[in-house]
Every structure is written in structure tokens, then in C-alpha cells.
Write a protein that binds this ligand. Structure first.
Ligand SMILES: [Zn+2]
Length: 219
């Protein structure tokens, strides 16, 4: 089930970065995001600063599926993509980033309990068939990621569309997929070897030749 957001936001802030001569780092997110998610990020930031990492103004930081922008004035402030603009525009919140992590973990568990999410980076490449953006049904599968390629290949469900013909295959980015097909985001954290066939009312997961249909309302 999708997270129900309240519209109220909480501010979080590190307290141990100053000890290492680094500015404290803050961010905000919706109250509906479980505190433990934000606390994990706070601990990660504090531990990485203790280990010598720095978060400089204007820097991009990869965090799970998301890319965060380090802004702020006296202290550092993390911002997330608005998931609407191409190129990426950043907003003063991490709500979407946390919500996506929670969703991707849950979908991996539903697909196969032994699966751990392996989110690609938003800037990674993906393949789509030339009819994909207009297609209602969707089939996506993940090959082993290599270099900047996420491993994801996404196609329409028209059996007459030849996906083995290179002229019918285009390159895109995970970020463009997230912006133009937001309903796919929850599946994009699935690791290699997974195939998802998305119809109007159910998703069919295939992993290690096991087929698992799940009503869309349960995802
Ligand atoms: Zn196609």
C-alpha cells in the first residue's frame, strides 16, 4: 500500500559532524515517514563524516535510488529531485526518497522473500522499446547491471513489435523512466533476474522461473 502522507514535515539534523570540523547536515521529510528511516540516514551521515567524508555545497550524493543535492547556507541541507523535471530540479524535502526506499523494499519482499533490493542510480541508463512510452501494458526485466547501465530493459506488450530489432530499441535513463512512468518506480529496485509484466489490474513477477501474480491494489 502506498504511504499516506500527512503534508506535515519534520526537520532532522545531525549533531556529531561539528566534532570533526564539518558543518551539521539537515533535511526534512513528511511526518508519515517512519523515524527509523531518517535516523538511519543521520547515523550514516555522522559515521561517514567521522570517517573523513565531506558534504560540500553543490555536491550530489547518491542515496539508495535517489540523488541528493547538498545545499544550505551555514549548515548543509539535503534536497531531493522533484521527480517531475528533466533535467533534475531539487526540492527541500527527502519525503519521496524515503517513500521510494520503503516501497522498493516491500515490492522486493512480495516478489520473492529472499530478494534484497538493488536500486540503480537515477543517472544510469536503461533500454526501452520505441512504443514503450505510449504502451498501456508493460514488460520490464533486469539483466546484470554493467558500468552505467542499470540492467533494465522495458518494452510494450504488443507481440508483433520486434524487440530483437535494434531499430526498435532506444536508450533512456532511470530518471526519465521515473518521471514519465512513475508507476514503475516501485519495481526498479528489484535485482537482476527479475521480470515484471504489468497489466491494468495485476503485476506478474517472474524470478528463477517462479511466476507470481499480485493484484496492483496489493502493491
Ligand atoms: Zn515494443
Amino acid at each position: 500500500m502506498a504511504l499516506i502522507l500527512s503534508g506535515d514535515e519534520i526537520d532532522y539534523r545531525t549533531t556529531k559532524c561539528g566534532k570533526y570540523g564539518h558543518a551539521e547536515i539537515s533535511f526534512r521529510c513528511d511526518r508519515a515517514i517512519p523515524k527509523i528511516e531518517a535516523e538511519h540516514l543521520i547515523s550514516f551521515l555522522e559515521e561517514s563524516v567521522a570517517d573523513g567524508a565531506t558534504y560540500d555545497f553543490g555536491q550530489n550524493v547518491v542515496f539508495g535510488f535517489s540523488i541528493l543535492y547538498v545545499g544550505g547556507s551555514d549548515e548543509r541541507r539535503l534536497r531531493e529531485p522533484d521527480f517531475q523535471s528533466i533535467p533534475i530540479a531539487f526540492v527541500d524535502s527527502l519525503t519521496r526518497t524515503f517513500a521510494i526506499q520503503i516501497e522498493q523494499r516491500r515490492v522486493a519482499e512480495i516478489c520473492a522473500p529472499e530478494l534484497k533490493p538493488d536500486p540503480p542510480k537515477l543517472i544510469n541508463g536503461a533500454f526501452v522499446c520505441s512504443d514503450f512510452w505510449e504502451s498501456k501494458g508493460t514488460v520490464i526485466f533486469r539483466q546484470p547491471p554493467t558500468g552505467n547501465f542499470s540492467g533494465w530493459a522495458c518494452g510494450c506488450t504488443n507481440k508483433k513489435h520486434d524487440h530483437t530489432n535494434r531499430d526498435n530499441i532506444k536508450e533512456t535513463t532511470i530518471y526519465e523512466l521515473a518521471v514519465r512512468k512513475p508507476e514503475l518506480i516501485k519495481f526498479l529496485g528489484l535485482p537482476e533476474g527479475v521480470r515484471v509484466s504489468l497489466g491494468s489490474d495485476e503485476a506478474v513477477f517472474t524470478y528463477k522461473e517462479k511466476r507470481r501474480p499480485v493484484p496492483l491494489g496489493d502493491l
